[in-house]
Design a protein around this ligand. Sequence first.
Ligand code: NAI
Ligand code: ENO
Length: 363
Amino acid sequence: MDEDVVGRIVVVGTGLIGTSIALAMRERGAEVLLTDRDEAALALAVELGAGTALPDGASAEPADLAVLAVPPAAVAVTLLDAQKRGLATAYTDVASVKALPLAQAAELGCDLSTFVAGHPLAGSERSGPGAARPDLFLGRPWALCATPEAAPETVAAVTALAKACGAMPVEVDAAEHDRAVALVSHGPHVVSAAVAARLTGADETALGLSGQGVRDVTRIAASDPRLWIGILSANAEPVADVLEAVATDLAVAASLLRDGSEGASAHVADLLLRGNAGRSRIPGKHGGGQSAYATVQVVIPDRPGELAMIFQAAGIAGVNIEDVTIEHSPGRPLGVLELAVVPEAADRLAAELRARGWSVPGR
Ligand SMILES: NC(=O)C1=CN([C@@H]2O[C@H](COP(=O)(O)OP(=O)(O)OC[C@H]3O[C@@H](n4cnc5c(N)ncnc54)[C@H](O)[C@@H]3O)[C@@H](O)[C@H]2O)C=CC1
Ligand SMILES: O=C(O)C(=O)Cc1ccc(O)cc1
């Protein structure tokens, strides 16, 4: 962090995102003042070490930056109120939608020279301060939508915040941002909810056969519907465009499957191939393609200390683990650990683990 740019911050809204930012900034040595209209959320954030409660009504020195981590519909009014109170010299928000809150802020007469709208592309299906993590933003993009009115020092303060949280600032126009997130976040959210909604009528046999695939596809369907209806309705047109395109693909696939001919199957396969191609275009942790890492699979018995021993063996082999996932085998004392490593280290890691007695299939 540039301590001289962001030394003291106020976080308005101590939920998942506000508290995560507060925790990250505390780790960087910033002084953090917290406020939330929900007293329990504020108390928990304070308890978690995210900062101290902003004193009521006191006209303290303005902070260097106020972060408005409230739902999209509350951004503009919260900004107006914060600016009236003189909470800070610069302001940003974190809402998942950018054009509408900006238009509302302009409409309300907010001072746009001290505001740069922001959106960290990191989060979770969980809400509230209890789910917050200081490392939530590491290596993630953080969209910044500076308007022509924004003062250079406001842009600098908000950029410094994103960098201090370990994220990568990405400057983008608000309307372009909203179209982009409709495709990579908001549309997928509704698709996930639609798949998960099919499960409400599922019987125990079907549910008992659930594997990792349905868990992956429906993870974000566990999110707070109140937050998401606000996000979707504030970005309605771009999201509707994405949903219509997905619905067309699904309707065509359904009719081809009913047709059942060889030609029809080839067309369904075409959708699956386009799926492979689209998925491979999602950048990985450091901004490269997904294929930047190789995966080493290890069968792990469900015993205390097993994971620690595997990580120790990787350390001995001089291999950095980039990412980890664990697939549990339902009803069996086994799991499959997937270790993502740079491709040139995969065989070395596999050999080290095998030499130490682990089963490493396929390498
Ligand atoms: N959940 C996620 O994964 C992500 C969410 N966002 C955005 O971050 C913002 C916050 O979302 P979360 O932290 O997930 O929600 P959350 O529900 O965990 O936290 C929101 C907090 O704001 C408080 N709040 C609401 N209105 C307020 C007001 N007028 N004044 C003061 N506090 C107020 C609530 O009491 C709550 O504690 C939203 O705009 C959302 O679109 C951005 C990136 C990821
Ligand atoms: O849980 C996840 O993987 C997410 O992608 C969370 C998320 C939700 C809303 C956003 O505006 C950005 C990120």
